[in-house]
Design a protein around this ligand. Structure first.
Ligand code: GLU
Length: 262
């Protein structure tokens, strides 16, 4: 299978931005093993800004654009150095791809990206994708950012014709209510259609239920499902779950991609 795995900053780093070594080592080990099983993998990894904050000893996430972009430039290096070293120990070759919105919104540039990433997969390399946070800015009337990696990973899944997209989050999946606030909240194991009711459940980003970023995850699910790709939301604290997910066993929430004739 072609599998795209998206991993967020909360999975990769401790609160102050320093690397969560145990977590990242566990993740790289399982991903390397899945590659050895014969799957083709793409990793969409956040963490550039977070790790830059840690490396530069900044007091917190910067509010101004130049410092944020400087942190991203430092953190992206640290991120790739870590992946290169850890995947290298299992004999896997990583490749860095940094994108802005323009790279996927303009057909010719998108084709160029598709050619590169697909060639990397044919060459058995492991593409690691992030937004190019050091240069992407959100200016009024000229948005050059995608903004978050849930959507980016769904776009990447579309570009490589992935069979499966896995979003590793700080929550086990999509719930009927916020599990941090409601003890009766139940995990929804499978979703076949993104209904307005489901969207209302996820809430807007920043609202009570949207804190886990569920709204962007549903947007990603819509993109993935439309191109026949399954998407699973699972907890990044337990990377071994990736074995079950790749084998089609129920873990987290699975959004079933639309197949021919459906
Ligand atoms: N591209 C951002 C970073 O690497 C993260 C975006 C996201 O977390 O969705 O820091």
């Amino acid at each position: 299978m072609r599998i795209v795995v998206k991993v967020g900053t909360s999975t990769l780093a401790h609160a102050a931005g320093l690397l969560n070594i145990r977590r990242v080592e566990g993740l790289v080990k399982v991903l390397s093993d899945l590659k050895n099983e014969g799957h083709q993998l793409v990793l969409v990894s956040s963490g550039a800004i977070g790790m830059g904050v840690g490396k530069l000893n900044l007091p917190g996430r910067p509010a101004d654009m130049p410092t944020k972009q400087a942190a991203a430039a430092v953190g992206q290096c640290e991120l790739m150095y870590t992946y290169d070293k850890l995947f290298g120990a299992y004999n896997h070759t990583v490749a860095q791809l940094l994108l802005t919105a323009e790279d996927v919104n303009f057909p010719r540039r998108r084709q160029n990206f598709e050619n590169t990433i697909n060639r990397l997969l044919e060459l058995n390399a492991l593409p690691i994708v992030n937004e190019n946070d050091a240069v992407a800015t959100d200016e009024v009337g000229m948005s050059t950012t995608i903004g978050e990696n849930d959507t980016l990973s769904a776009i990447v899944s579309e570009c490589v014709g992935a069979d499966l997209l896995i979003l590793l989050s700080d929550i086990d999946g999509l719930y009927t209510a916020d599990p941090r606030k409601d003890e009766h909240a139940a995990l929804i194991p499978e979703v076949r259609e993104i209904t307005p009711e489901l969207k209302a459940l996820a809430g807007e980003p920043g609202s009570a239920l949207g804190t886990g970023g569920m709204a962007t995850k549903l947007k990603a699910a819509e993109i993935a499902m439309a191109c026949g790709c399954d998407m699973v939301i699972a907890n990044g604290q337990r990377p071994e779950q990736l074995y079950d997910i790749a084998a089609g066993r129920h873990t987290g929430t699975r959004f079933v991609g639309r197949r021919e004739g459906q």
